[in-house]
Design a protein around this ligand. Structure first.
Ligand code: ADQ
Length: 462
């Protein structure tokens, strides 16, 4: 494949330490960019008084990052507004939190035009362009308007909502129509892909032709292409010195108790409130066993400019305080609640020290923490993954203990089941999950996507 241009909302240093703020994206893409002497284009995260389109280039390990600054109003309307107060909640089934404001939609469109205007002079004849995620749905259309005829793919990292939910968004048709500017669009699971096909065929009259969907003479290949982790790298991380130190630190502080680990960005879609309530139920229902365990919840704050995120933070502080107040003893606290990020190697050590990985989002495009937890385990004595049925990862990790994250009873039962699970069953389930994680890793993901992009039938090539 020729040169690769990746475009996403934010850009991370190719091998920088991972704060968690950028999610799994940075890790997933940096290797592809290194291989293809790529350019990674996006917003710098900085604010300027007046948008000029000036691009700041940086080069590191064969990867060029190209970033632009945005105006305060851009960030308010496009990022804090349409991306995080309209699309994110709607696409995660939280229509009660979704705000529909024309100003947000206008700002979203404007910033997508600004992205197109600044990136298009960088695109050369044979470049392949790969656009990432819900911030940039209309970018393909904007590039085509500027006569970019290159192959352009789009990958959605979050779920695609069911038809009737999406129909509540005033710009739903326009956004969906915009996706037909791409040659290939990728979704994390068959379920999100199916929801997209359902929307465009039933609401907009698109025609389905195998993997392709056709609307008004434009053809797009729509595939399910689940993102993976770098399994080999993660296993190696779990054996690193820092991981071992973190492992020992956790085991020492656990003083013989079993640790349950949760690692999530502080986000209402991750089901943290429900998780705490499920754990509280476990404590109440199992007074004998409960002091043999503790829950370590790591949740670095994210999107603090959005009020629903400040609210979930306050709620969780209250809830963990209440649970600890009600159950703690002289030498035991049931929940250790930590609001900061850790390096990937420390996290690997912490995962490995945990007897249970508790990953219970209410809705999640994929969820990489589930895969990282499995990859970090000791093959001889692995822990148990408790996973929400509503995470995209549940499609691949069917050997996890699958739960309905809304049900405190199911969560409580699952914790008990995991604590009692005999070693041979833990090993068997772990092996099945690990086979999948190793086979469908991050390399598989990007090869599957870029192969589809290179082989997609294009009307203009006919
Ligand atoms: P996120 O919603 O950010 O990603 P996730 O897939 O779990 O969710 O990725 C989080 C990443 O951040 C993981 O690699 C994790 O290790 C890291 N992380 C989380 N908390 C951390 C902490 N305290 N310290 C350090 N690192 C931390 C979005 C979608 C997901 C989808 C990914 C990738 O919402 O559904 O899986 O993109 O497509």
């Amino acid at each position: 494949m020729s040169r690769l241009i990746v475009i996403s909302n934010r850009v991370s240093a190719p091998r920088g330490s991972h704060s968690g703020a950028q999610g799994g994206l940075a890790v997933a893409l940096s290797a592809a960019l290194r291989e293809h002497r790529g350019i990674w284009f996006g917003w710098s995260g900085d604010i300027t008084d007046q948008f000029t389109g000036h691009i700041n280039f940086q080069r590191e390990e064969d990867v060029t990052t190209a970033t632009i600054d945005l105006e305060e109003q851009d960030v308010e309307e496009y990022y804090n507004g349409y991306a995080n107060r309209t699309l994110w909640p709607l696409f995660h089934y939280r229509i009660d939190l979704a705000e529909y404001e024309r100003g947000f939609a206008g700002g979203y469109q404007r910033v997508n035009e600004r992205f197109a205007e600044t990136v298009f002079p960088l695109i050369e004849a044979d470049d392949v362009v790969w656009i990432q995620d819900y911030h940039l749905l209309p970018l393909g259309t904007e590039l085509r308007r500027r006569n970019v005829t290159n192959r352009i793919g789009f990958f959605l990292h979050i779920p695609w909502p069911p038809r009737r939910l999406l129909s509540t968004l005033p710009e739903a048709d326009e956004l969906a129509r915009g996706l037909f500017a791409y040659d290939v669009i990728g979704f994390q699971t068959e379920e999100w892909l199916e929801a997209f096909r359902d929307f465009v065929s039933k609401e907009m009259g698109a025609e389905i032709d195998g993997d392709d969907v056709i609307l008004d003479g434009r053809r797009v290949t729509a595939i399910a292409c689940p993102i993976g982790i770098d399994a080999a790298e993660f296993r190696a991380l779990a054996g690193s010195t820092r991981a071992r130190l973190a492992f020992r630190r956790m085991r020492d502080s656990a003083v013989g108790r079993d640790m349950i680990i949760g690692v999530d960005r502080l986000d209402y879609s991750k089901g943290l409130e429900e998780r705490f309530l499920g754990y509280e139920r476990f404590l109440r229902e199992h007074p004998e066993e409960c002091k043999e365990v503790f829950l370590l919840q790591i949740a670095p704050p994210s999107r603090g400019d959005v009020s629903s995120y400040r609210k979930i933070r306050t709620t969780l502080e209250g809830l963990s305080g209440r649970i600890n107040g009600a159950f703690a003893d002289l030498d035991w606290v049931p929940i250790r609640y930590v609001n900061r990020g850790y390096s990937r190697d420390e996290l690997a050590g912490v995962y490995r020290a945990a007897r249970i990985g508790l990953v219970t989002p209410l809705r999640d495009g994929m969820n990489l923490v589930a895969k990282e937890y499995v990859a970090a385990q000791d093959p001889e004595d692995p822990g148990v993954l408790i996973l929400s049925r509503f995470a995209g990862a549940a499609q691949q990790l069917s050997e996890a203990v699958l739960v309905n994250p809304y049900s405190a009873e199911e969560l409580s039962d699952a914790i008990m089941l995991a604590l009692r699970m005999p070693r041979d069953e833990r090993v068997r389930r772990w092996r099945a999950m690990m086979d999948n994680i190793e086979e469908q890793d991050v390399l598989w993901w990007r090869q599957r996507f870029t192969d589809s992009l290179m082989s997609a039938k294009r009307l203009q090539d006919a």
